[in-house]
Structures are given as C-alpha cells and as structure tokens.
Write a protein that binds this ligand. Structure first.
Ligand code: SAH
Length: 218
C-alpha cells in the first residue's frame, strides 16, 4: 500500500477540520499530517473512510480511534521528545505511530493477540519505533516503570492503581473513565507526589471498553 497525493490532500482537509474543532497543538497536527492513516485500516474495502473524522472497525470487535480523539488525547498529554510513555490499547497502531512521530519512547500493550501481531508488524514495516506487548494493560509494565506519560485508549471502569504507581512524580496520565457501553470522561492525572494526584475532567468521549486479562473470546 502506498501514500498518494490524493491521500495527502484528504489528510490536509482532515487536519483543517481538526483545527476548526479546536485542536491547536501544531506538533500533534504536523505528526498527523505526516502519517498515512489509511495504512492502519486493516480492511482495504474501507480505505475511503480513512480521512473521515470517525472511529472505524479494525477487526476483533475493536476500532481505530476517531482522529479528533487521537488529536485531543495526544494534545492533552503535552508530549515531549524522548519522554517514556506507556500506551494501553495498541489497536491498529495509529495512535502509537503519532507518539513515535513525536519522538517519544513507547511501550504499548494490546490484549487482543491478533491486533497485537498486526500492529506490531505494521509499525515495524513503516519504521515507527515502539515496543509492542501482548498482555493486560491493567497491570502496566512495571519492569520499565516509571513512565513520564501514560495514555489509555480504551474506556476504563476505574483508574487502575498499578498505572498510578507506574507514573513518574511530575508525570501525567490521560485516561477515559466511565461505565462500559456508556460515556467516558476524559481525565488527566498529574502526579504531584508519590501519593497525590491533581485530577481534571476534559469532557465526554466514547471508547471501546478496557477489559481484563488477555482473551480473544469476548
Ligand atoms: N489506539 C488505538 C485504539 C484502539 S481501541 C488505535 O488508534 O487504533 C482500544 C484498544 O484497547 C482495543 O484494541 C482493545 O483490544 C484494547 N484493550 C482493551 N482492554 C485492554 C487491556 N486491558 N489491555 C490492553 N489493551 C486493551
């Protein structure tokens, strides 16, 4: 699959749309302008949907996040080069690619084996550096903690203690929290000391649920 001028044109329009919707982090917009989102659509029948601002099915009952949501969460993280980030929910790998483009050092976990395998090989093929793991994001990656940033891209019923513990003091976690099959609140947690967090709510979003354990038979 290749990136054509037509794709670039569609991408440019999408970026303008994100700007109109209030995204103003130029680094994030530049990264998204560079990344061929259509290559993360595993089913080529739907390539024409790649530059519409919508979530879309990627198999295993999961979705590639809506571009606005990716832009919003990434901006909220305030990403900086060389920061160490833990991402929960690799999915298609698109959000991972955005973080890689921004120069972050990425550890990403996916609980669906098939998606993990596909996104890992796609990211490698495209030259985006990320350490991809098959596993349960609730446990995080204690061996590589602490992280400067933690990004959760599935809807969590609560904020997992293990993830709070794996965040650096001075670091930030962005996580959508709320009931399964309902609306989630986009929360940011700034870790101000080993035991204290400043928490803010940035509005309502909808995500696929953050499920426990690794199981493809959901
Ligand atoms: N960032 C992805 C979003 C994919 S949707 C993208 O842009 O494509 C969220 C993903 O979280 C799904 O692939 C789902 O399988 C995964 N997920 C759900 N619960 C999880 C858990 N406990 N640990 C790791 N991944 C999980």
């Amino acid at each position: 699959m290749i990136d054509t001028l037509k794709h670039k044109g569609m991408r440019k329009k999408l970026i303008e749309e994100l700007r109109l919707k209030g995204i103003d982090n130029e680094l994030v917009l530049d990264a998204m302008m560079d990344i061929p989102r259509h290559l993360f659509f595993f089913d080529t029948a739907f390539l024409h949907m790649a530059y519409v601002d919508k979530a879309f099915p990627i198999g295993s009952g999961q979705t590639i996040s809506q571009p606005y949501t990716v832009a919003f969460q990434t901006s909220l993280l305030n990403p900086r080069k060389r920061e160490k980030i833990l991402e929960i929910g690799t999915g298609s790998g698109y959000q991972t690619a955005v973080l890689a483009k921004l120069g972050m050092k990425i550890f990403t976990i996916e609980r669906q084996q098939a998606l993990h395998a596909k996104s890992q090989s796609l990211l490698e093929e495209m030259g985006y550096k990320a350490r991809c793991y098959y596993g349960d994001g609730y446990a995080g990656k204690p061996a590589f903690a602490p992280f400067d940033k933690i990004l959760v891209t599935c809807g969590a019923p609560h904020i997992p203690e293990d993830l709070k513990n794996q965040l650096k003091v001075g670091g930030r976690m962005v996580i959508p929290v709320g009931e399964f099959n309902g609306v989630q609140h986009m929360m940011s947690l700034d870790k101000v000391s080993e035991t204290e967090f400043e928490v803010s709510n940035h509005g309502d979003f909808q995500f696929v649920p953050m499920l426990e354990r690794t199981d493809t038979r959901d």
